[in-house]
Design a protein around this ligand. Structure first.
Ligand SMILES: [Zn+2]
Length: 342
């Protein structure tokens, strides 16, 4: 099969469009003919290499897959050859206490397609049967592949961890990112008042079209001051963080008394500090979040199929142009998802 493969970590030009062996499936797995695969920041980190994460090389990246079932293992009973499918990115043991309690993103063997195992930037990918989601027929393959990782992550952050309540005020950083554009829609689904940030007027306009109520240009305005103005000095109930060092202090300063800060990443750096007096006197909660559960993605897909949550596709690249797509995502000029057509 054709695949994007890299033999060593490095800049986008380590990605090669080349021949790779067809994956061999196990009895509880399916082989999927990939139609589309969307890019995530995770793909950039996997390509660059992460400290203490020994990614098996050569490696095929890609976590977000839509396609058709090409082959089923002997034990597979719930899907059939030819059926359209979207894959849940998270692959877990399925047997431990965390998995059995439905918190499979806490499984110690948790990985994603394209992370410690080969992913979907290829003509075929193998995945466990339990990772197959019903296909939302209202979506194209490119749109369907734009859903899983970012919507699952944003849903787990806002609903699973921060326990968002109807009508709360939410600050969502980075409206143009995949998780940001998903979070705006989820928060609006819960009737929240959404304040969001971006670095260009064009991105802010798109955020408004997704339902954001208040817009902050982080290049020309100070986030904490705008949040104070918009909320009459109260602050917001929930801050949706994934930016890290560059926004951390503004994020903390934007919280109301009793507010929750939820973070899933740190694209601008891991160093952050906190004044403990501020943490206890304002009774704040700092919450970490990692990926999401399979069950949450089933819920998300129902809302996608009924049109209440929508994929946001920015740009589609042919798989052979993987290096150009990675360079484009690294430039942060996108609004929504960058997707490969296979
Ligand atoms: Zn497990």
């Amino acid at each position: 099969m054709k695949a994007i493969l890299f033999h060593q970590h490095g800049p986008p030009d380590v990605l090669q469009y080349t021949d790779a062996p067809d994956p061999a499936i196990r009895p509880n797995e399916v082989l999927v003919r990939v139609k589309a695969c969307s890019l995530n920041h995770l793909d950039l980190w996997v390509r660059q290499g992460l400290p203490n994460v020994p990614i098996p090389l050569p490696h095929i990246p890609g976590s977000d897959v839509s396609g058709e079932i090409a082959q089923t293992g002997a034990e597979v009973t719930t899907v059939r050859v030819g059926q359209k499918v979207v894959l849940i990115p998270g692959v877990t043991c399925g047997k431990c206490g965390a998995c059995l309690s439905g918190q499979d993103n806490r499984c110690r063997q948790f990985t994603n397609l394209g992370y410690m195992i080969d992913g979907g930037c290829a003509e075929f990918v193998r995945a466990p049967e339990v990772n197959c989601l019903p296909y939302p027929e209202n979506l194209s393959f490119e749109e369907a592949a734009s859903i899983p990782l970012v919507f699952q992550t944003a849903w787990h952050m806002l609903v699973g961890r921060a326990e968002l309540q109807p009508g709360e005020d939410v600050l969502i950083l980075g409206a143009g990112s995949g998780v940001g554009s998903a979070a705006i829609q989820i928060a609006k689904f819960f009737g929240s008042r959404v304040i969001t940030t971006a670095g260009t007027g064009e991105k802010l306009q798109k955020a408004k079209e997704l339902g954001a109520d208040h817009l902050i240009n982080h290049k020309t305005q100070k986030i904490r001051e705008e949040v104070r103005r918009i909320t009459n000095k109260r602050g917001v109930d929930v801050v949706f963080e994934h930016v890290g060092t560059a926004t951390w202090e503004d994020s903390l300063a934007s919280l109301a008394v009793g507010g929750r800060l939820i973070t899933c990443g740190a694209t601008t750096g891991y160093d952050a500090k906190i004044d403990l007096r501020f943490l206890f006197s304002r009774q704040l909660s700092l919450l970490g979040s990692y990926m999401g559960t399979k069950s949450e993605l089933h819920t998300v897909m129902k809302l996608v199929a009924s049109g209440r949550l929508k994929p946001v596709v920015d740009r589609v690249f042919p798989l052979a142009k993987a290096a150009a797509a990675h360079t484009y995502l690294e430039s942060s000029s996108q609004f929504g998802k960058v997707v490969f057509m296979v």
